[in-house]
Design a protein around this ligand. Structure first.
Ligand SMILES: [Zn+2]
Length: 74
């Protein structure tokens, strides 16, 4: 992996900047393919849960409205 600014080989991808020119490196370069995949999966998982939570919340609100329409809980 080379620095996109000075094109020199990066000796460590754990550094946020290039050791030669000091340029800030993009996250894609800093992370390995496996790490990128892991983060992608985590994001997908978070998004999936968010959707489920939203659906639950919508359902709950709907039930609540329904109860209110019937004059509240007995
Ligand atoms: Zn550089």
């Amino acid at each position: 992996m080379n620095c996109p600014h000075c094109d020199r080989l990066l000796y460590s991808r754990s550094r946020p900047t290039c050791g030669y020119c000091g340029a800030v490196l993009p996250a894609e370069i800093l992370l390995s393919d496996a790490e990128r995949d892991r983060i992608k999966q985590e994001k997908a998982e978070i998004e999936r849960r968010r959707v489920i939570d939203k659906e639950k919340e919508e359902k709950r609100k709907k039930e609540e409205r329904k109860r209110n329409d019937m004059g509240g809980p007995i």
